[in-house]
Design a protein around this ligand. Structure first.
Ligand code: DNO
Length: 349
C-alpha cells in the first residue's frame, strides 16, 4: 500500500510541509480547482500542482476528483463533448505521472451531511447525518454547501437539474454510466491511469435523486459494465459503511482479490438504528466498523494501491475545511500504519 493524504491546493490551510511530516506519508491526492466541471485542465495548472507536491518530497499520484459533468450523467446530447474533455484530462494527467483518478457518479450533490460541526462528548466536532435534520432540508434553496460540492449552482440551476433528474430512472443512470465508461476506459488504459469510482455517500437515493454506487450487488454490476482493471473502485469504508447492510471487510476482501480497488478511503462511522450516523474517530472502538478486519483484508490480498485516511474530526482547536483538518487525519494515518505493521508482523510469525 502507499499512504496518501488529500490536499486542496495552495488555498488549503493544511500545508504540504506539515503533511510530509506524517510518518510513512508518500503521496498527495489533489485536483486542479481553477476550472469549472466539464472543462479541460490546463497543462500549466497540472504542472504547477505537480511541482508544488514534488518540491515537498511527495508524489503527485492521485487525482480526486475529475468531476463528471451533469450532462453526462443525464445522457444529454452534449455529453460527447464533455466525454472528449474528460478523455483529454485523463491523457494530460497520465502524462504528468498520475496513477489513479477518483471520481463519482452522484447526481447533483456529492457526499451529504446535515451538520458539519456536531460537538461530540469529548469536545471535538464532527460531520453528522441525522435523518431528522435531513427531512427539514430543502436542497432547492441553494444554501446547502459542503466541501467538495460544486458551489457554482444557483437556485435556478438547481431547479432545472432536479426537473431533469425527475425524468431519469436508475436504469437510465446505469446506461449513462456505461456509455461514459465505454468512452473513457480505453483512454485510461492507453494513458496508464486507473479510474476509481467513489461510492455514493450516503449509499441510497436522497432528495429524490437516484444513486446507484451503493452496495455489493451494484459494485459487481459496475465492474462488469467495462471489465477492465482500469475500471476500478475507490473503496470508501465510511460511505458504504453507513448502510449497516454493507459488510465492508467482505467487500474489501472480494474486490482487493479481483485487483479492482485502486484507492482506499479509510474512516470509521457510528451508525444508529434509524439510519442516522456520525463520523467518528478512526479507531474501531469509536464507531461501527471493524478497522482491523478492513486492513487485514487489504494485507491478505497484498494490496498495492493507495490508502488515504478519510475525514477527521476537528480536534485541538483546529479550524478549517470540515472533515479535512490536519490533526485527526494525521492520527488516522498513524492508526492505519499501526494496523498495517501489526497485521504484517503477526502474519509472519
Ligand atoms: C468526500 C470525498 C468525496 C469524493 C468524491 C469523489 O470527502 O471522499 O467528495 O472526493 O465523491 O468524486
Amino acid at each position: 500500500m502507499k499512504m496518501s493524504f488529500r490536499w486542496y491546493g495552495a488555498d488549503d490551510p493544511v500545508k504540504l510541509e506539515n503533511i510530509r511530516q506524517i510518518p510513512n506519508m508518500k503521496a498527495i491526492v489533489t485536483a486542479v480547482y481553477d476550472v469549472p466541471p466539464g472543462e479541460v485542465w490546463s497543462v500549466e495548472s497540472i504542472e504547477k500542482i505537480k511541482n508544488q507536491v514534488e518540491e515537498n518530497g511527495l508524489d503527485f499520484d492521485v487525482i480526486e476528483s475529475v468531476p463528471v459533468h451533469e450532462d453526462i450523467k443525464l445522457g444529454f446530447d452534449t455529453r460527447d463533448k464533455y466525454i472528449e474533455n474528460y478523455k483529454e484530462n485523463i491523457r494530460r494527467l497520465g502524462k504528468a505521472g498520475v496513477k489513479v483518478i477518483c471520481y463519482n457518479f452522484m447526481p447533483v450533490f456529492d457526499w451529504t451531511r446535515t451538520q458539519l460541526d456536531k460537538v461530540l462528548e469529548d469536545g471535538s466536532t464532527a460531520l453528522v447525518y441525522y435523518k431528522e435534520q435531513l427531512e427539514k432540508m430543502d436542497p432547492l434553496t441553494g444554501e446547502l454547501s459542503l466541501p467538495g460540492w460544486d458551489a457554482s449552482y444557483k437556485k435556478e440551476d438547481l431547479k432545472i437539474l432536479f426537473d431533469n433528474y425527475a425524468k431519469l430512472t436508475e436504469e437510465d443512470l446505469w446506461d449513462n454510466l456505461k456509455y461514459f465508461l465505454e468512452g473513457i476506459i480505453p483512454v485510461a488504459e492507453e494513458s496508464g491511469v486507473k479510474m476509481a469510482i467513489h461510492p455514493d455517500d450516503p449509499p441510497y437515493p436522497i432528495f429524490g435523486l437516484p444513486r446507484i454506487i451503493t452496495c455489493e450487488q451494484n459494485l459487481d454490476r459496475f465492474l462488469k459494465l467495462v471489465d477492465s482493471e482500469y475500471n476500478g473502485l475507490t473503496l470508501c469504508t465510511g460511505s458504504l459503511g453507513c448502510a449497516s447492510s454493507n459488510d465492508i471487510p467482505k467487500m474489501v476482501n472480494k474486490y482487493a482479490k479481483q485487483k479492482r480497488i485502486h484507492f482506499m478511503h479509510i474512516r470509521n462511522v457510528k451508525n444508529f438504528a434509524d439510519g442516522s450516523f456520525e463520523e467518528s474517530a478512526h479507531l474501531s472502538g469509536c464507531g461501527s466498523l471493524d478497522m482491523a478486519a478492513i486492513v487485514k483484508a487489504l494485507k491478505d490480498n497484498n494490496y498495492e494501491g493507495y490508502i488515504r485516511p478519510d475525514h477527521g474530526r476537528m480536534i485541538w482547536g483546529e479550524t478549517g475545511r470540515a472533515g479535512y483538518g490536519l490533526y485527526d487525519r494525521a492520527l488516522g494515518a498513524t492508526y492505519i500504519n499501526g494496523l498495517w505493521e501489526g497485521i504484517n508482523y503477526v502474519s509472519k510469525r
